[in-house]
Design a protein around this ligand. Structure first.
Ligand code: ADP
Ligand code: MG
Length: 323
């Protein structure tokens, strides 16, 4: 099982940023209203996530770190050929196989919590812990036992930027959760969690940015499009500042990005992109999420119709701004 965990780690958590993503998504799944992330050395030395979610019951903590044995895979070589392992139930065991993990967790009704320590995939401590509603998970010395570690020592700065991107997006797609991201004592991001998207954008991109953004809204029978886009004077040299959500979930879609830039027409210089946070509410049946295993790149039915709606919503908002 240890071998399987370690290999799954290569797929599910191949870098510090994906560890952060998996752990924060777990905290979101646990219905937390506050999630704090503390990093050292871009997460390679330490990733600590503190949430106030529902916690894990005492007798289930160790279980959460076990993965389903799979019958398909006999040895390492088979495993590397499989492209799309289901990720269900794989994140925690994968992370624990390539790091040292400590969990403190408690559910609401409990009399005491649990402290679990795992080293190299083996449970070395499983004991009662003081009650603190929610979960604190600490991952140390990531990839200490894999060759991947060497790769990261060279690109810590890039890894931190990636983590920032991921947490930004999770925060934008959950304005009702208060996020905090701290790297070696420096606060990189803080949102209030008051549920207001504009306030969340301010927490991430700053108040001055929000002042140069306009609200958009449009709907037809299939879609409701809402959010904020920057004025043509405020652009970036990267698409990274375009955040697209479908039914509150972050997605990627090249065509919709094009629809956004189309809304600016000739006002957008070549190679420049707006800052945008756009949520699309739609029937989930119109989305095909199974295009990519990480389920971020999606394919849409009625894509043309949605593109037109987005482009026109932006044109309208920018036009009324100039009156
Ligand atoms: P998955 O999220 O696909 O179920 P994971 O390996 O990420 O698999 O997590 C395993 C289980 O551990 C989750 O299903 C959940 O029950 C529990 N868990 C993990 N993190 C948390 C958390 N922060 N709060 C509450 N439960 C958690
Ligand atoms: Mg998970």
């Amino acid at each position: 099982e240890q071998l399987a965990n370690k290999i799954a780690a290569g797929e599910v958590v191949e870098r510090a940023a994906s560890v952060v993503k998996e752990l924060v998504e777990n905290a979101i799944d646990a219905e937390s209203s506050q999630i704090s992330i503390f990093l050292e050395e871009s997460g390679m030395k330490k990733i600590q996530i503190v949430d106030n979610g529902e916690g894990i019951a005492n007798d289930e903590v160790a279980l959460a770190f076990r993965r389903h044995a799979t019958s398909k895979i006999r040895d390492v070589n088979d495993l590397f050929r499989i492209q799309t392992l289901g990720f269900r139930g794989e994140a925690l065991p994968s992370i624990a196989s390539v790091s040292m993990v400590e969990v403190e967790t408690a559910v609401k009704e409990a009399e005491f919590g649990t402290r679990l320590v795992i080293k190299g995939g083996e449970v070395v401590e499983n004991s009662p812990a003081p009650l603190r509603h929610g979960t604190k998970i600490t991952v140390e010395n990531l990839f200490y036992n894999t060759p991947a570690r060497l790769k990261y020592v060279k690109s810590l700065q890039a890894e931190l930027a990636r983590i920032g991107d991921i947490v930004n997006r999770l925060a934008l797609s959950h304005p009702d959760i208060a996020f905090r991201l701290v790297h070696e004592g420096n606060e990189m991001l803080k949102t209030t969690g008051n549920g207001d998207l504009k306030v969340a954008i301010a927490g991430i991109y700053g108040m001055n940015t929000v002042k140069k953004m306009v609200e958009i809204h449009a709907e037809d029978l299939d879609f409701t499009v809402s959010g904020f886009v920057s004025l043509p004077e405020l652009t970036r040299s990267s698409r990274n500042y375009i955040s697209l959500l479908i039914n509150g979930r972050f997605i990627k879609n090249f065509q919709l990005n094009k629809a956004i830039t189309s809304g600016y027409g000739s006002k957008l210089m070549g190679g420049r992109f707006p800052i945008a946070v756009i949520d699309i509410q739609m029937d989930a049946l119109l989305v095909d999420v199974n295009v990519h295993p990480t389920k971020q790149e999606v394919r849409l039915s009625k894509e043309r119709e949605l593109m037109g709606l987005i482009t026109r919503a932006i044109q309208k908002a920018l036009a009324s701004e100039r009156l």
